[in-house]
Design a protein around this ligand. Structure first.
Ligand SMILES: [Cu+2]
Length: 164
């Protein structure tokens, strides 16, 4: 065997501390900081992350598998005329070759429908991201009040609204 750093097929560097990003890799796909907000059992949760495709071809997130919810969908939120709506992305979400795509509140997100258990701060929701290429990337959505690595919120915004 050649002397090379061992890179596991799915390499999770989930380190404690806000300064360290959680990075999951499989082939040319990379997912950074999957996270979700606390939610009640039987409720719905949103899953957020950044997916980078370092490959030469586009790939598409087509499904998310998890035992933590009865069903999952991929959604996109948008605001038109001051009204926020969510649209199911039945064809999946394509990450072009060499690009990153952010799943974030107000935009693309994974929708966990019917959580089997309440999710609390510090919990991790294991899930498998399924891509059109056949890649299946295991990640853990960290339950947090805000995006990991984001500046600490001073106070909840008065106009903060939850669409889930
Ligand atoms: Cu949604």
């Amino acid at each position: 065997m050649r002397h090379l750093p061992i890179i596991a097929a799915a390499c999770a560097l989930a380190l404690a501390g806000a300064a360290h990003a959680a990075v999951y890799r499989l082939g040319t796909l990379e997912v950074v900081d999957p996270w979700s907000r606390p939610a009640a059992a039987n409720g719905n949760g949103g899953g957020f992350m950044t997916i980078t495709n370092r490959g030469a071809a586009a790939d598409t997130l087509v499904a998310v598998e998890t035992a933590a919810a009865r069903r999952t969908e991929v959604h996109r939120s948008s605001t038109a005329g001051g009204v926020m709506k969510m649209e199911r992305q039945d064809a999946g979400v394509t990450i072009p070759a060499g690009k990153s795509l952010a799943f974030a509140p107000g935009g693309y997100h994974v929708m966990f429908l019917g959580l089997t258990q309440p999710t609390r701060l510090g919990d991790r929701l294991p899930a498998t991201l399924v891509f059109k290429s056949g890649a299946k990337l295991k990640v853990e959505f960290q339950v947090a009040a805000a995006a990991p690595g984001a500046a600490p919120a001073k106070a909840p915004a008065a106009d903060a609204h939850q669409h889930h």
